[in-house]
Write a protein that binds this ligand. Structure first.
Ligand code: FAD
Length: 497
């Protein structure tokens, strides 16, 4: 349930009775991942069913209140919580997570409040699979995943959705059936055609959706390869990129060490976790694949090694280790008293080598950060989602506070020394310089990214977003404060023309 899932909601439940309608409200305080909203919102609305959403929106309209939809609040970009000094608003979450499976068509219907894990477990009951995997799947909801166009190791949600329905700020019930593949390729701005996808809570509240399930493939082979260099791993990836490659995770040695996995007797600089699927697997296919891998390694005299999983249990262990990296880094930062900078960037494959090497080197040499990069390479044929995580000493902040700010000669370095902020700005700029994007998955319209989104997106895309907002939510019920910030940034950028 929304309320119990979002830890940190303190205080007691009060129920506001308005005529025959009830609005359940809890006061909200700190959240597991964001703290910017402390004391900023009037409370959390718990909605169940389309009519409940409509009546809550109506109530907010009548009382000039704003609403921010919230799922599991795992987005990491401050998009599901109030901004500082916000106008009176509510957080709106769903109080139901009903699921039903149409086995014949391999489609699951899910309330937006269902978690990714709920959906996977339900699919499993029917011997089917929902292929969206990421570290926060036990808390992240499918509504939040659609609203951020979330991506996992294999797919993005845009590849798996059949239809979405919800209520707009206009109180209109809006159902969108996917007839052509959505063109959205990251999560900076909403999809041009299917506005719920990537909407990030700006247009209304997604209520339910239909999603594609798959039969678990019997013909699946999982490999973990270790390479002495990044270029070798990328060369190999380029070679084996083919339709049967369903999963490809590029993992740096630092990221793998966070997962506490020691697969080979010696360590390598980069690892590739790959999965192939064959519809008509010949019994010798596994041997052939392994043979060709070994042949290629020998032919090119590579410093490389490979393991191939022998059972489903081994495969699941490898995937679980990979999924655990983000969480492990979080606890590492906590226990070392360090800050964790987590960016999800989109980099064109042809610039991946340049990005990984230069970004890692500069982060280490210039900012003294410890980078732990890894990336999803199978979601899109031309782009990789790079999770560029860095551990940064918090002692730098102390240094800022006690020395730099007191010394006029060092004042010019104040911004420089605010390591996390400056490094993050540099990496965002660098990803755009290389024709990438600053939010591959977590959302470009959250407080952490609004500025980058307005600064780097082209005007046509921004204008399309503005038009969609005016169409779906002309009274700015949803995300009012962020929307005003967006307009302010937009005007500042384009008024200067
Ligand atoms: C450890 C960790 C690992 C992660 N790994 C990945 C990853 O690999 N890939 C990835 O894509 N993301 C990842 N994330 C980010 C995050 O989990 C996803 O973006 C997730 O889809 C957000 O879901 P949520 O329910 O938590 O949404 P929230 O964080 O609650 O909300 C996200 C946005 O969606 C909006 N929203 C939420 N519910 C609705 C609704 N019903 N209707 C309309 N708008 C709504 C909110 O207003 C907000 O703008 C990770 C996060 C963590 C903490």
């Amino acid at each position: 349930m929304f309320i119990s899932r979002v830890q940190g909601f303190r205080s007691s439940l009060q129920t506001i009775k308005r005529g025959s309608r009830y609005i359940s409200v809890k006061s909200s305080n700190d959240k597991p991942y964001n703290s910017s909203q402390k004391g900023c919102s009037k409370g959390a609305l718990s909605v169940k069913g389309v009519s409940s959403i409509k009546s809550n929106i109506d109530y907010c309209y009548q009382h000039n209140l704003s609403v921010i939809p919230q799922g599991g609040n795992t987005n990491l970009v401050e998009s599901a919580t109030p901004v500082q000094h916000s106008s009176p608003l509510y957080l709106m979450g769903q109080d139901s997570s009903d699921l039903s499976v149409d086995v014949k068509n391999k489609v699951i219907t899910a309330d937006a409040g269902a978690t990714i894990l709920d959906i996977q477990q339900k699919a499993q009951d029917y011997n089917l699979r929902f292929d969206l995997d990421f570290g926060s799947k036990g808390t992240a909801t499918i509504g939040g995943a659609l609203a951020t166009n979330a991506g996992g190791m294999r797919n993005r949600i845009s590849d798996l959705v059949v239809s979405m329905a919800g209520v707009t700020g206009n109180q209109d019930y809006l159902q969108q059936n996917i007839t052509e593949r959505p063109t959205i390729k990251n999560s900076v701005l909403p999809d041009k055609q299917y506005s719920w996808l990537g909407s990030q809570g700006y247009f209304g509240f997604i209520h339910h959706c239909q999603l594609l399930l798959k039969e678990p493939s019997q013909q699946e082979i999982t490999l973990l390869l270790g390479f002495g260099s990044l270029s070798d791993s990328l060369r190999w990836l380029g070679r084996i990129r083919q339709p049967s490659l369903s999963l490809a995770e590029l993992i740096s040695k630092q990221a793998l060490s966070a997962a506490e996995l020691r697969p080979f007797s010696k360590g390598y600089d980069y690892y590739l976790l790959c999965q192939f699927q064959q519809s008509q697997l010949e019994s010798t296919w596994t041997d052939q694949l392994l043979e060709s891998v070994m042949f290629w390694i020998a032919k090119h005299n590579l410093d490389a090694d490979v393991i191939i999983t022998q059972s489903d249990v081994q495969t699941q262990q490898l995937l679980a280790a990979r999924e655990s990296i983000s969480d492990q880094l979080r606890s590492l930062a906590r226990s070392n008293g360090q800050s964790l900078l987590g960016l999800d960037l989109q980099i064109p494959n042809h610039n991946l080598h340049l990005f990984m090497t230069k970004a890692s080197q500069l982060a280490t040499d210039f900012w003294g950060a410890r980078p732990f990069p890894f990336g999803h390479c199978a979601q899109h044929p031309h782009y990789t989602t790079v999770h560029f995580n860095c551990l940064i000493e918090d002692s730098n902040k102390e240094f800022d506070r006690f020395y730099i700010q007191k010394d006029p000669l060092l004042t010019s370095f104040v911004n420089q020394a605010d390591s996390a902020k400056t490094l993050s700005q540099f990496l965002v700029w660098f990803s755009h310089y290389l024709n990438g994007a600053h939010s591959s998955e977590h959302g470009g319209l959250g407080s952490r990214h609004l500025d980058h989104t307005v600064r780097y997106s082209n005007k046509e895309l921004l204008d399309h977003f503005v038009a969609q907002k005016m169409l779906h939510d002309p009274n700015h019920i949803f995300q009012r404060d962020r929307w005003n910030q967006f307009l302010d940034l937009y005007q500042r950028r384009f008024d200067s023309y």
